[in-house]
Design a protein around this ligand. Structure first.
Ligand SMILES: NC(=O)c1ccc[n+]([C@@H]2O[C@H](COP(=O)([O-])OP(=O)(O)OC[C@H]3O[C@@H](n4cnc5c(N)ncnc54)[C@H](O)[C@@H]3O)[C@@H](O)[C@H]2O)c1
Length: 391
């Protein structure tokens, strides 16, 4: 089914599906688009989102209700929890509604493949919100690599200090395997996608290691489904063992690591800890003629390059400032939504890729399986392109 083109210069009519924390993305829809519909079973969540949007978006409890109003929208932002992405996205694609799906694309490789298969068969535009590709620090590292400053990339290492982990991931659905598979996927999909992007390849073989090493010791638990993250987030929740009101079920790891072999010979590693005092990511990329590393990952940070032999030299041979992303990934969010809308209106090319998003899911799922199977190496299944294009 093809999407009816919007009248010349009329904003794209967009449905916001899932009115939780990420409904903030809808702020970036204007002026190219206009959020004309809100979908969420939670009436209060819809009301909160309607408050900050222009106009009076029509409200629906379910995607099925939205689809009963044909032509209501031509595009949708899918901002629902990870385990719902397939069930929400597929009917929209079938109905010819262009989809922006938040990362990760799905919580299983099979579901990610199902989504790609439907997008391929229907030809409906699909975009996955891997906003980190639009973060200034990632763009800067990619530019340095593309200029050849470190030669041919051979290794990418990322240390991820998830300082807000207790508040972000252990007080709601994120903490449950059944809802997220695990945090190597839920959180790590961002960085695995960035590692693939910087390395110019996809993982084929992984080994994972990690465990639930701290938050299982916190016995104070509460079902927080009546509250939102803003109600409990506080920098005063420190040290991590003093956390209270964690999710009743916690079976995901809070410390995890994965080693990756890529299809172009690059080797990579990613480490994630959910109880560090500070919250940022530190990448180093090693090439045949040098090395880069970021210090800080937003405005005020720098990326340094070393390309002469020496002992320890903290300043490196070149230093590039990171500009933008002052308040976290707000700028990247705006760029990501703008890119989606340009794809919908003009078929513009995108820096993000649904196929890459699928590889991030498959890599993270295989790494999680490895981690939970005594670190036995796992092959990352390749996408079944034939089946995708013919079914
Ligand atoms: N790209 C990023 O930087 C980034 C950051 C945070 C979260 N995310 C992703 O964004 C998505 C949403 O996360 P969040 O933190 O906003 O979640 P949230 O729990 O705050 O909100 C989810 C909302 O979706 C609603 N919902 C659930 N099932 C639904 C359905 N079938 N149809 C319609 N609405 C439904 C819930 O009622 C809730 O209001 C997740 O996939 C998450 O991984 C991405």
């Amino acid at each position: 089914m093809s999407i009816p083109p919007p009248p010349e210069s009329a904003p794209v009519r967009v449905a916001v599906i899932g009115c939780g924390a990420r409904a903030s993305l809808a702020r970036h829809v204007d002026p190219v688009g206009r959020a004309t519909a809100l979908v969420d079973p939670d009436t209060e969540a819809r009301a909160r989102t309607a408050e900050f949007l222009p106009g009076e978006p029509v409200q629906y409890a379910t995607v099925a209700d939205l689809l009963e109003a044909p032509g209501a929208v031509t595009a949708a932002l899918v901002l629902t929890p990870d385990d719902t992405h397939a069930e929400v996205t597929i009917p929209l694609l079938e109905a010819g509604i262009a989809v922006f799906c938040e990362k990760p694309l799905a919580i299983t490789t099979a579901d990610a493949d199902r989504i790609l298969a439907v997008a391929t068969r229907t030809g409906t535009p699909l975009y996955v919100g891997h906003n980190m590709r639009h973060m200034s620090v990632v763009r800067l590292m990619r530019e340095i690599i593309d200029r050849g400053e470190i030669g041919e990339v051979k290794a990418v290492w990322c240390r991820h200090f998830v300082g807000h982990g207790g508040d972000y991931y252990f007080k709601d659905w994120h903490a449950e395997r059944a809802r997220s598979t695990g945090l190597l996927l839920q959180k790590g999909a961002h960085d695995i996608d960035v590692i693939h992007h910087l390395a110019g390849g996809y993982s084929t073989r992984v080994t994972g290691m990690g465990g639930l090493t701290l938050y299982d010791q916190v016995t104070d638990r509460r079902d927080n489904s009546d509250r939102r993250m803003a109600d409990w987030f506080s920098l005063e929740n420190w040290p991590p063992l003093s956390q209270r009101e964690l999710h009743p079920v916690i079976d995901v790891e809070d410390l995890s690591m994965v080693q990756m072999q890529l299809d172009n010979g690059v080797h990579a590693s990613y480490q994630q800890c959910h109880y560090t005092p500070d919250y940022w990511r530190n990448y180093t990329v090693i090439g045949t003629e040098g090395r880069l590393e970021n210090f800080g990952d937003g405005e005020g940070g720098v990326v340094r390059v070393w390309n002469r032999r020496s002992g320890y030299r903290p300043d490196g041979d070149a230093e590039y400032p990171i500009t933008g992303d002052e308040g976290g990934h707000g700028d990247a969010d705006a760029r990501t939504v703008a890119e989606f809308l340009a794809m919908v209106t003009d078929g513009a090319p995108t820096l993000t890729s649904p196929l890459a998003a699928r590889h991030a899911v498959a890599t993270a799922v295989a790494a999680t399986e490895s981690l939970r199977a005594g670190s036995a190496p796992r092959e990352v299944p390749a996408p079944d392109l034939d089946r995708r294009t013919t079914s």
